[in-house]
Design a protein around this ligand. Structure first.
Ligand SMILES: Nc1ncnc2c1ncn2[C@@H]1O[C@H](COP(=O)(O)OP(=O)(O)OP(=O)(O)O)[C@@H](O)[C@H]1O
Ligand SMILES: [Mg+2]
Length: 278
C-alpha cells in the first residue's frame, strides 16, 4: 500500500525544529514569512509563515472568518500584506504574484448565457486567444474533465458538480503555475462533494501545478492535499501542520477509513478545537 507522507501525529509547528535554508535550485513556489495583515482595527493574520513547493498541493483549513480568503488574496497579489513578506515564484511584488496565480472562487461565477465551452474558454479569450483556438482548447479540457458531452450545455442545464468542473476547466486553462482554490466544493451536497473530492485529488495531481486549497473541512483537506496547515481563529496563525497520510491507491471511502487517516483527522480536529479554546 502506498502510504504517502509523514506520521499523522506530526508535532505542532510551534515545536518543530527550524528547517535549514533550501538550496537555490529548490526555492519554494510560494513562500510566506511572518505575514501579518488587518483591516483597520481588525487584526486578521498574525505571523503566518509557510512554504509551498513547486507542484505541491497544500490545504489551508481554519474557522470561518479567520482570514483564509485574505491569505489567498495576499498570495495572489490582490493586496500587499500589512507586514512580513510573501513571494510567488520568487516575485515579491503584488503585480508579479498576480501574473503567476489563478483563482477558483467558492461560487462558480459562470455566465448563464454562455455555453460550458465558452465559459471555460473565457480566460483564454480575455488573454487574447482567438475564438477558435480558445474553444478548441476548452473542448479538450472539458473532455479531459469528463464533460465532453456537455460542452454545448448552458450552466442552467448542468448539475452543481458539473458547473464546478466547468469553473475548474476555466481555472486550469488560464495556464498559470499556481492554482488558488477558495472552498471550491463548499456549495455542493455531501454526495457530490465526496465524488468531486476524489476527482479534484486526481486532477490536481495529473496537472502537477502548485495548488493552495482553502477549505473549512479537515477531511477534505487531508484527503485532497499533500500537506495541511491549520489556522487558528483571528488573528490567525498556523497552529498545526502535517503531511496527508492518504493511501492514493485506494478509493476515497476506503482511504478515509484507514487507521492513519482516522488518526490524522482526530489530531487535526483536536488542534482546531484547542486553538478555538474548546
Ligand atoms: N476588504 C475587507 N475589509 C474589511 N474587512 C475585511 C475585508 N475582507 C475581509 N475582512 C474581514 O477579515 C476577516 C477575515 O475574512 P476572510 O474572508 O479572509 O475570512 P475566511 O477565513 O475566508 O472566512 P470564511 O470561512 O467565512 O470564508 C473577516 O472578519 C472579514 O470580515
Ligand atoms: Mg473565505
Amino acid at each position: 500500500m502506498n502510504i504517502r507522507g509523514i506520521s499523522p501525529a506530526a508535532a505542532p509547528v510551534a515545536s518543530a525544529s527550524p528547517e535549514p535554508a533550501p538550496p537555490a535550485a529548490s526555492l519554494p513556489a510560494v513562500a510566506a514569512r511572518s505575514l501579518s495583515h488587518g483591516f483597520g482595527e481588525l487584526e486578521v493574520l498574525a505571523d503566518v509563515s509557510f512554504d509551498v513547493s513547486a507542484g505541491e498541493v497544500v490545504a489551508i483549513v481554519g474557522p470561518s472568518g479567520c482570514g483564509k480568503s485574505t491569505l489567498l488574496e495576499l498570495i495572489g497579489g490582490l493586496a500587499e500584506a500589512g507586514g512580513g513578506e510573501i513571494s510567488v515564484g520568487g516575485e515579491r511584488e503584488a503585480a508579479g504574484r498576480l501574473k503567476r496565480c489563478t483563482w477558483m472562487p467558492q461560487r462558480d461565477l459562470l455566465l448563464p448565457w454562455r455555453r460550458a465551452v465558452d465559459n471555460a474558454a473565457l480566460g483564454l479569450r480575455i488573454s487574447g486567444a482567438s475564438r477558435g483556438r480558445a474553444r478548441a482548447d476548452a473542448e479538450t479540457m472539458l473532455a479531459r474533465l469528463g464533460l465532453g458531452a456537455f460542452a454545448r450545455s448552458y450552466p442552467g442545464q448542468l448539475s452543481g458538480g458539473m458547473r464546478q468542473r466547468v469553473a475548474f476547466a476555466r481555472t486550469l486553462l488560464a495556464g498559470k503555475p499556481v492554482l488558488l482554490l477558495d472552498e471550491p466544493l463548499a456549495a455542493l451536497d455531501a454526495i457530490t462533494r465526496a465524488d468531486l473530492q476524489e476527482w479534484l485529488a486526481d486532477t490536481v495531481r495529473d496537472e502537477r501545478r502548485t495548488t493552495v486549497l482553502v477549505t473549512h473541512d479537515v477531511e477534505e483537506a487531508l484527503y485532497v492535499a499533500d500537506r495541511v496547515l491549520l489556522l487558528s481563529p483571528r488573528p490567525a496563525t498556523i497552529v498545526w501542520e502535517a503531511a496527508s497520510p492518504v493511501a492514493r491507491d485506494l478509493p476515497r471511502a476506503a482511504a478515509i477509513s484507514e487507521p492513519a487517516f482516522v488518526a490524522a483527522r482526530a489530531d487535526a480536529l483536536g488542534a482546531l478545537a484547542r486553538a478555538s479554546g474548546r
